[in-house]
Write a protein that binds this ligand. Structure first.
Ligand code: FAD
Length: 397
């Protein structure tokens, strides 16, 4: 039997499922709600195609970025409704002019997050903005293959672990471009599918849409937002306002386990271009432009450079070259994976104990955190008292 990457390393890219000639791999949620591949041993012919394609077991080539840019969509509205600088949207727009194909993540009506294929002429509005959830790429592999065979230009945009899966499967052909997002981790989708009905019941609304970075509240403010049928905001809360999904996600408690061991959270990239929010802009080099809604673009290959020139050539984006070290120093995700804190260890324990119940788990994790902080304050009391007395003595002398 083949041995696939396990709980610590499997990213859920699903390349294994796609290449299996017997179609005997299914994705199943484990006790923590994490989707992992499962082989039906009775049908497996032990060809090991799944093992060989796995980017976690057999990593692809990485390249250190050649150049870095601050970049933004030239249409101000696009920047307002995109996650940061609207670069992905500019790529989608460019593809329309060359009859090309792409992929992107959207939130479905049951709050599952899926990756779909964007065909020529398709509207790409629902792909804009960040979805802070695992996105299921299973449909992409078989749907995009005919376009690749026909020689269409295809730009894969996605999380670095997804890009690795696509690249292992489809290779480095001239008509294929790979664009990865800087990523700090994804939470299993089941948490989102629980959280929204929970908020609906508590607040007394019926949600017809959602956003993790709502344009109305400012995408840089990370409001978890639910909209009613008329598109009006019925709920909008940040971590500091007490939204449990935001707390668990932005404090790094609720990711898939592989995100804490991420093979892609480093300066070397698996793609042609890397895009992300520009953290640390102006820290190593003066910056004389408005830094609102600005993305970083890392150019990792010559092909990436050609794609960038296509976007700037059509004036879809504006760019300003920066030192490569600036974004790398500015964003820890370009240096190392998210850290596994005490709260994450608690989350991992309780999500299994409470049989995948997200709200119960995060409530428990936060109450344990409060207890620990109170205990820490008591333990450090004598030390703090001595320090205070010493300070008073010093002033008196
Ligand atoms: C889970 C996650 C974590 C991130 N963490 C960081 C970080 O730590 N630091 C950082 O600088 N940037 C991070 N980003 C990237 C950042 O939020 C923006 O997505 C990126 O800057 C692109 O912005 P844009 O304005 O060009 O994108 P837009 O033009 O708004 O388009 C958004 C693009 O992201 C894709 N996308 C959104 N959600 C998902 C998803 N769940 N799975 C696959 N593709 C998706 C869409 O399909 C689309 O291509 C993260 C993104 C995600 C989805």
């Amino acid at each position: 039997m083949p041995e696939l990457a396990g709980y610590n390393d499997c990213t859920g890219c699903q390349a294994c499922k796609f290449v299996c000639p017997k179609r005997c791999i299914e994705m199943r949620e484990n006790a923590a709600g994490v989707l992992l591949p499962e082989i039906d041993a009775s049908r497996c012919i032990d060809c090991k195609a799944c093992e060989k394609i796995c980017p976690a077991l057999h990593p692809i080539k990485f390249n250190y970025p050649k150049r870095a840019y601050a970049a933004w969509n030239t249409i101000p509205l696009q920047r307002k409704i995109s996650a940061s600088g609207g670069i992905a949207s500019a790529i989608y727009k460019w593809l329309q002019s060359v009859d090309g194909v792409s992929v992107g993540a959207f939130v479905d009506s049951d709050w599952s997050v899926k990756v779909c294929v964007l065909k020529p002429g398709d509207n790409f509005d629902r792909l804009k903005n960040s979805k802070y959830s695992y996105s299921d790429p299973s449909e992409v592999y078989k749907e995009i293959r005919p376009y690749i065979r026909d020689g269409k230009i295809v730009v894969f945009i996605g999380l670095p672990c997804q890009i690795a899966g696509y690249k292992k499967t489809f290779g480095d052909r001239d008509n294929l471009y790979y664009v990865d997002l800087v990523c700090h981790g994804v939470a299993p989708n089941s948490y989102l599918r629980q959280h929204i009905p929970n908020v609906e019941a508590r607040v007394g609304i019926s949600a017809a849409g959602m956003s993790f970075r709502s344009p109305e509240m400012g995408t840089a403010n990370y409001y978890f937002t639910l909209y009613d049928r008329d598109g009006k905001i019925g709920y909008a809360k940040r971590s500091i306002d007490g939204d449990n999904y935001n707390i668990a996600f932005h404090r790094g408690y609720s990711y898939r386990e592989n995100c804490y061991h991420c093979h892609y959270a480093k300066p070397e990239r698996c793609s042609d271009l890397t895009i992300g929010d520009y953290h640390g802009l102006g820290k190593l080099q003066p910056c004389d432009f408005d830094s609102d809604s600005v993305s970083v673009i890392l150019v990792n290959t010559d092909k990436g450079n050609a794609l960038l020139e296509s976007l700037t050539g059509k004036e879809l984006i504006a760019v300003s070259e920066r030192l490569v070290d600036e974004p790398i120093q500015g964003d820890s995700q370009l240096r190392h994976p998210s850290l596994k804190t005490r709260q994450r260890v608690d989350f991992e324990k309780y999500i299994v104990k409470y049989k995948g119940d997200f709200e119960r788990t995060i409530t428990k994790v936060l109450s344990r955190q409060k207890q620990r902080e109170a205990a820490d304050r008591i333990y450090s009391l004598p030390k703090r008292a001595v320090k205070k007395i010493m300070r008073i003595c010093h002033i008196c002398n």
